[in-house]
Design a binder for this molecule. Structure first.
Ligand SMILES: Cc1cc2nc3c(=O)[nH]c(=O)nc-3n(C[C@H](O)[C@H](O)[C@H](O)COP(=O)(O)O)c2cc1C
Length: 191
């Protein structure tokens, strides 16, 4: 699949099942991530795989985070949180390890990790796998970050849920790009 086709036909897939990418294919996805643009060659991205029974342990980490942030969370709410990582056979946590740098602010390090995440989604789609980029409260929780060996100032840019689509995804209509042409200060014209 050529790149333009991959970009035009990629759509998030929420309903995922086995098999997940593994072996050489999985390595290709990670290499696609590591090929992202990266100011200062800081290699800020961190890729952490969660699969098999570790997904249940991640569910416990998610539920503990919810119990901390919402002490009045009910048992069904905690159970829903606990089950979230079971929505796909593989979760690829994409994080940015953020360092103080004189030329590369934190946002650029996080953007590089975001570009890595998108590269991975496209590579997964091109290899015939389904994927969905998710975040939610756990992404911003210091306890969840710590469970992955990340510092509070690091960023979880996404939990990429990966596997095989249960059903073929319908083509998704995409919005027309909103672009303007700039001719000078204050002079923006529609294309
Ligand atoms: C940074 C980021 C975080 C996201 N987090 C969630 C999420 O937690 N839950 C969710 O349902 N969709 C989330 N999405 C949106 C989906 O990944 C997806 O992009 C959206 O459903 C539109 O589908 P599409 O990718 O086919 O355009 C997130 C997207 C991005 C870029």
């Amino acid at each position: 699949m050529d790149l333009t086709t991959a970009i035009q036909t990629r759509a998030s897939v929420g309903a995922l099942t086995e098999p997940a990418p593994e072996g050489a294919v999985l390595m290709r996805l990670l290499e696609a991530g590591a090929a992202a643009p990266d100011h200062g060659r800081l290699r800020p991205w961190r890729f952490i795989l969660v699969r098999g029974a570790a997904r249940e342990r991640l569910g416990a980490v998610f539920a503990a985070a919810l119990a901390r942030s919402v002490p009045e969370a009910t048992a069904p709410m905690l159970e829903r949180e606990r089950a979230k990582p079971l929505r796909a056979p593989l979760i690829l946590v994409v994080a940015a390890h953020v360092v103080a740098h004189p030329k590369v602010p934190a946002i650029e390090q996080i953007l590089a990790a975001g570009a890595a995440a998108q590269n991975i989604l496209l590579a997964a789609h091109a290899a015939g796998f389904g994927a969905m980029w998710r975040t939610g409260e756990p992404s911003y929780d210091a306890g969840v970050k710590a469970a992955f060996g990340l510092a509070p100032e690091d960023a979880i840019v996404g939990f990429l849920y990966l596997g095989t689509a249960r059903e073929a995804a319908a083509p998704r209509p995409r919005p027309a790009p909103e672009a303007r042409e700039w001719a000078g200060p204050g002079a923006l014209r529609p294309l």
